[in-house]
Design a protein around this ligand. Sequence first.
Ligand code: GLY
Ligand code: MN
Ligand code: MN
Length: 449
Amino acid sequence: MFASHRRAFLDHMEDGDLALFQGAHLMVRNHDVDFPFRQQSEFWYLTGCNEPEAALILAKGIEDMPSEILFVLPRDPERETWVGRRLGPEGAMEKLGFVSARNHEEFSEVAGAALAKAKRVWARLGDHEELDGFLLRSLAELRKKGRMGISPPSSILDPGPVLDDLRLHKSATELEHMRRAAAVSAEAHLLAMALCQPGTMEYELEAVLHYTFRRHGCNDAGWAYPSIVASGANACILHYTENNQKCSDGELVLIDAGGEYQHYAADITRCFPVNGKFLPAQRRVYEWVLKAQEAAVDTVRAGNPFHQTHEVATRILCEGLLDLGVLQGSVDEVMSAQSFKRYTIHNTSHWLGLDVHDCGAYYQQMESRALEPGMVLTVEPGLYFAPDDTSVPEEFRGIGIRIEDDVVVTGGHPEVLTAATPKSVEAIEDACAQSAPALPCLDSLEVAS
Ligand code: GLY
Ligand code: MN
Ligand code: MN
């Protein structure tokens, strides 16, 4: 998979082109403890290398330069005893299938020599201070060597547009990883629904989500983004991640959580009642969001513009806001006054892939981009009524609902990767009524509250 990604990028390069990529560094958390390492997505896409401090050179038609060289930390028995195994250059060629791999300390020398022969260089300036500095210094040095017949590359090209577009169109293998991420995440949401009861702490639910992600082999910490477990009015904070409150009888819980499998994200939101039964006011709001979400999912078809999900969902949410008595007037009046935005707040969709908010252009020639098979996007409308918002009938205050699925554009009907997560009122109440499996715990301590 990774070699084919490199080949696809090389196909966009011309003879005399050089491309430089830098992987993620370790980041210090405190003293001699680092944050958990997560490879930079673009670097992962091109290499499948999950080690820090790595770099990649791709070259086309440059004398004495192989088409690809991966630079990795060298083998070091002492460091490996302390902080973990390394591939080393030999291992990188053998296990990752690189034509050539070298010690990362040789990057400057090899890249510097190649720059002296390259006509153009591809580098994403502004992302890696170290790479930017190296490139600018090298170009300045080469400019001084005109009398030796050496000149710097004539242009610096941003690999972003090419790579972002390659990443936007998922291969069969990438879609398999995304199906797995979605299936694991669906199981996590089901488990949270079955376990929750009045008195459960938000972080207990977070723990079972993360337990499920890791149990099924999701990478690194397991999650694709910090999980949102928002009971009651916390659901009106879009990216609430404190997850430290008690879930109370009569409240809903909004969970926005997804695992990351082989570095591919799932992104699911569901809302369910703490005690297993929607109250009438909660149900009314929920059903409007559900109606908007289902109609929007149905528009995820090849040829439709990306923004159609938002347009379709927004119109239905406006009907809902009128029906609930939150807004007055006609749908067209509400739409043109944009008064709905106070309650819908965010857009309906984003690309999904190696990053939860994945790369890829949303517009082409100033028009919303047409969907193509292999693209994956979320569909996630919501309604949020802040607890202190007196413009909202009292019975709805403090209710926040978002429903989010991950959808693949196909040649026909949309493929909903997250379809195994209950969504109708009946399916959710049924999932909440399931007897919770015994958790692996000793119960020698009270859960802190
Ligand atoms: N989980 C972040 C989002 O839905 O965009
Ligand atoms: Mn999302
Ligand atoms: Mn989400």
